[in-house]
Design a protein around this ligand. Sequence first.
Ligand SMILES: NC(=O)c1ccc[n+]([C@@H]2O[C@H](COP(=O)([O-])OP(=O)(O)OC[C@H]3O[C@@H](n4cnc5c(N)ncnc54)[C@H](OP(=O)(O)O)[C@@H]3O)[C@@H](O)[C@H]2O)c1
Length: 240
Amino acid sequence: MRKVLITGANKGLGFELAKYLLQKDYFVYLGCRNTEMGKNAVRELKNSGFENCMLLEIDISKEESVNRAANEFGKYSDVLDILINNAGILGKRKSEDNPLSISDVREVFETNFFGTIAVTEAFLPFLKKSSLPVIENITSDLSSLTMHQDPDWLLYNAKSISYGPSKTALNAYTVALAYEYKDLGFKINCVTPGWTSTDFNGNSGGKSPAENCINLAKYAMLDENGPTGKFFGEEGELPW
Ligand SMILES: NC(=O)c1ccc[n+]([C@@H]2O[C@H](COP(=O)([O-])OP(=O)(O)OC[C@H]3O[C@@H](n4cnc5c(N)ncnc54)[C@H](OP(=O)(O)O)[C@@H]3O)[C@@H](O)[C@H]2O)c1
C-alpha cells in the first residue's frame, strides 16, 4: 500500500484529497498544525470506514515542528511514497487603507515557499527509499508569469506582491528539485487546483474541493511513465 503525506489536510482541498486517495487504497498521513482539527478530520474519515489514515502534527512554517513531524513519521515507516505539499495561505490583501508591509509578504513566503521547502527536505530521506517517489506541490494559476502577461486572461487583474509571487517561487523550487532528482526516478510537479470554494477564499465560489481534488490526485498517483518538472492545471500543462 503506497503511503502519502498531505500537509494542510484537516480541511478544504487537503481533506478531500485525503478522502479521495483513501478510496483509491493509499495509506494517508494527514499533516495538520491544529491537533484538535486534525483529530476531528481523522475521526471523520475513520467513521466513514477509512481505517488507513493517521494524524501527523506539523506546522510547516516552524522548522522545529517540521523536524519533529519527520522524527514522528520515522517511528511508523521508513518509506514515504508521495508528498503532497498542499498547506498554503493567501495572506493579507493590499488596499488603499491597508498597504502591505514587508512582514506581511514574508509571512506568506514563510508558509508557501520556505515552509514547503522545509517539509520537502525533511521528508526526502523517506522519499528516497520509495520505488516510485512523487512530490506534488500545490501551486496556483496566479503563479504563472506568462499568463500574467496576457491582458485577455481572466485573472489578469489579480496581481499581488505576496501570494502569487510566493507560488511563482514555489514553481521555481519545483523545477530545481525535479532537475536534481531526475535520474533517481522522482516525479516532481506543480499542480494548480483552480478556483475552489474553501475557507481560503471565504468560500467565495468556484468548484467544490471534492470536484477539484480529483485532478490533484491524478498527479499524486503517477506511474513511472509520468511527467516530472512540469506545471499542470485542469486543462493540462500550463506555462510557467
Ligand atoms: N481555494 C482556491 O481557490 C485555491 C486556488 C489555487 C490554489 N490553492 C491552493 O490550494 C492549497 C489548499 O488550499 P485550500 O483552498 O484547501 O485552503 P484552506 O481550506 O484554507 O486549507 C488550507 C490548509 O492549509 C493549512 N495550513 C496553512 N498554514 C499552515 C501551516 N503553517 N502549517 C500547516 N498547515 C497549514 C490550513 O490549516 P489550518 O486549518 O490550521 O489553518 C488548512 O488545513 C493551498 O496551497 C492554496 O494556495 C487554492
